[in-house]
Design a protein around this ligand. Structure first.
Ligand SMILES: Nc1ncnc2c1ncn2[C@@H]1O[C@H](COP(=O)(O)OP(=O)(O)OP(=O)(O)O)[C@@H](O)[C@H]1O
Ligand SMILES: Cc1ncc(COP(=O)(O)O)c(N)n1
Length: 265
């Protein structure tokens, strides 16, 4: 069984972050492990809580993973601060994963700030250059290249080229909805691949981005190439959004188990 690690934040409500990643790893049939960088305890009735873990606690988790299991691929999600990005880069350089997928999460779908403004530069200069794939959405991509990106395939392609210049081996820009289709563009320095599915009319997509990147990480760990891994993961996330869970309290969750349920019918 392939071994996959996620380094990111705990999302108490269960839809996104580490919870989404571990649920997705299980659905994609890989062995999931986690290093928790922060605890996000969103609660619309009180104040939003974000609690950052110490670098000592982060390192202890990472070394436990390496000593007890090892890994075939690694995903990063919420890293929040410059210090956490730097310790993550240090650990990844000491134990280079066969594949590294960096989801540059900045703002959660419920509005929480998951990356401090001051940390963007560290993300760009230190983590992105060692990534095999980065998976920004349009807003994150804009912040990384300091310009607005139009909702057109041609501008997404141009943005992917600019992001590639930051040094990753490939870029997947999630373009959002264009002409009723959910469009993503992959660029690997040689060519483009466009992934499209029909856009589902719902606000209940919390966890979509995390689960998509987690599924890609799992598929790459199994040996699929990026195009195959992304195609499979796009179908997985599509089904998870189609059968979303609405808890009647704002943005609901994707249903991580729906692809498996569909294939068991
Ligand atoms: N309404 C929708 N219908 C179909 N697919 C969607 C829909 N919303 C998002 N997706 C797809 O889900 C995947 C995750 O993308 P999304 O833009 O939600 O990421 P994100 O959560 O914003 O990213 P991040 O985790 O980096 O913050 C993409 O392939 C996107 O096209
Ligand atoms: C701890 C944590 N990490 C990441 C996300 C992004 O979530 P999404 O997949 O909805 O963009 C989140 N909301 N919380």
């Amino acid at each position: 069984m392939k071994r996959v690690l996620t380094i990111g934040g705990s999302a108490a409500q269960g839809s996104a972050g580490i919870q989404a990643d571990l649920k997705t790893f299980e659905e994609r049939n890989v062995y999931g492990m986690s290093v928790i960088t922060a605890t996000v305890a969103n609660n619309s009735r009180t104040e939003k809580g974000i609690f950052i873990r110490s670098t000592e606690e982060i390192e202890a988790q990472f070394y436990a993973v390496q000593e007890m299991v090892g890994y075939d691929a690694c995903k990063t999600g919420m890293l929040f601060s410059k210090e956490i990005i730097q310790v993550t880069v240090k650990m990844l350089k000491e134990f280079p994963p066969p594949s590294l997928i960096v989801d540059p999460v900045m703002i959660g779908k419920m509005g929480s700030q998951l990356l401090s403004d001051a940390a963007i530069i560290t993300l760009k200069k230190e983590l992105i250059p060692i990534a095999d794939l980065i998976t920004p959405n349009r807003l994150e991509a804009s912040r990384l290249i300091n310009r607005k990106i139009e909702a057109t395939i041609s501008d997404l392609k141009q943005a992917a080229v600019e992001l590639f210049e930051l040094g990753p081996r490939a870029v997947l820009v999630k373009g959002g909805v264009i002409d009723k289709e959910a469009v993503d563009v992959l660029y690997d320095g040689k060519g483009f691949e466009v992934f499209k599915t029909h856009a589902i009319d719902t606000i209940h997509t919390s966890g979509a981005g995390c689960s998509y990147a987690a599924s890609i990480t799992a598929e790459v760990a199994k040996g699929y190439d990026l195009v195959e891994g992304i195609s499979k993961s796009k179908q997985f996330v599509q089904k998870a959004i189609e059968e979303h869970l609405d808890f009647d309290r704002g943005v609901g969750s994707v249903r991580h188990s729906s692809f498996r349920a569909q294939n068991r019918k």
